[in-house]
Design a protein around this ligand. Structure first.
Ligand code: ADP
Length: 261
């Protein structure tokens, strides 16, 4: 059986094709047209594998661009998909922290990955990947370099919570010859603090997973662990968790339909 999950996020589009034993994936920047990027990334992966759309039994779409996809069978929220993805990858997890390009979410989950409660921040860039991207661009580095540059550096506190003001603050710090690594360490601390405050609204964390593109940043992860007081597990290919959860839900749907026949 072949099923697919497509997560059209604000920053990146992720596609997962789940075959019986294999998982195939593709990732592309979402750009200005979620519909076009979602379609192209999905069809590109099928083409690369020598498959056609007709061979895919069910497709679940998620992410902010999910409603724009004309070819999906069902649209499901990212909250449900991340919870399902983590339940499949890291059974026993009771708290999922997903930090993407434009929002951060904390989800309390039950034993089968069902959503018990959640909180999210989608009004402000602070505490999201966007904040990291803006400051990385100001510093002239890539987001994937941030963690190494900040390793073992004491955090230089960033006073501005707003990405726009933080950008000006960082320009000022650079002009004052402050150490880039210390600025980045302060940035990690600031992002992690926002996420931790959100997480604390759901009570004491149990077994915790960290997903989304920002979970690739070990500096943010370490600050978060210190702030919430538990170790957080980052699944392999953490940025694909939502798309993988969507594919798991597609497979659940096909299996349920078969069983009901
Ligand atoms: P969305 O689903 O909202 O598009 P993602 O979960 O795909 O978001 O995460 C995008 C964010 O992940 C980016 O804003 C960036 O900060 C971060 N990111 C992406 N790749 C990396 C990387 N290699 N290292 C560190 N951070 C990364």
């Amino acid at each position: 059986m072949l099923v697919a999950g497509i997560d059209v996020g604000s920053t990146a589009t992720k596609v997962v094709l789940l075959a019986d034993r294999e998982i195939h994936s593709a990732l592309a920047p979402t750009g200005w047209s979620p519909r076009q990027t979602g379609t192209d990334t999905y069809q590109g992966l099928l083409r690369k594998l020598g498959l056609s759309e007709e061979q895919v039994a069910y497709v679940v779409g998620t992410g902010y661009g999910r409603i724009s996809l004309p070819f999906i069978d069902q649209a499901v929220t990212e909250i449900t998909c991340h919870a399902r993805g983590v339940a499949g990858l890291l059974p026993g997890t009771s708290l999922v922290i997903d930090v993407g390009g434009q929002d951060s979410k904390v989800i309390k989950t039950g034993p089968r990955g069902e959503v018990l409660d959640f909180v999210m921040n989608d009004k402000c860039a602070a505490g999201t990947g966007r904040f990291l991207q803006v400051i990385a661009a100001t510093l002239g580095v890539e987001v994937n370099e941030l963690s190494d540059l900040a390793e073992n550096k004491p955090p230089l506190p960033l006073n501005s919570m707003c990405a726009v003001f933080a950008e000006s603050e960082v320009i000022g710090l650079l002009a004052a010859n402050r150490d880039k690594g210390e600025i980045i360490s302060g940035l990690h601390h600031s992002v992690a603090q926002r996420i931790a405050t959100l997480a604390q609204r759901l009570g004491p964390p149990g077994k915790t997973a960290f997903t989304g593109g920002v979970a690739k940043n070990a500096g943010v992860r370490q600050c978060l662990e210190t702030l919430i007081g538990v170790k957080v597990t980052v699944p392999e290919n953490c940025q694909l968790t939502g798309a993988l959860g969507a594919a798991f839900l597609a497979r659940d749907f096909v299996q349920r339909t078969k069983n009901n026949k």
